[in-house]
Design a protein around this ligand. Structure first.
Ligand SMILES: [Zn+2]
Length: 96
């Protein structure tokens, strides 16, 4: 692949020019100029992917919260209450 900046012929598969360090993939990706409609489509697809990623991240977060909640429920049922006695002082009052 010929570097668009310095003209060095780089091996195929390289993403950075071996001589000047210019990124090559950017130029291969946008070798032919995109039409307005294509660009809009690409932007829409980028947004879609970003939303998808956000959705999955939230889903995982929700699932983890649920799992922790279930675990705490199970532990709350298994562990005797006497285990937690003394951890909280019932005679303590809030300041003020
Ligand atoms: Zn170069």
């Amino acid at each position: 692949m010929i570097c668009p900046k310095c003209g060095t012929d780089n091996e195929n598969g390289k993403t950075v020019c071996g001589k000047c360090g210019t990124f090559l993939y950017r130029y291969t990706q946008n070798r032919r100029p995109l039409s307005r409609a294509q660009r809009r489509k690409e932007v829409a697809s980028n947004w879609k992917q970003a939303l998808k990623g956000t959705f999955y991240a939230l889903l995982i977060l929700f699932a983890l919260t649920l799992v922790l909640f279930i675990i705490s429920l199970i532990l709350g049922n298994i562990l005797p209450d006497s285990l937690f006695e003394g951890l909280i002082d019932p005679s303590a009052t809030l300041p003020g």
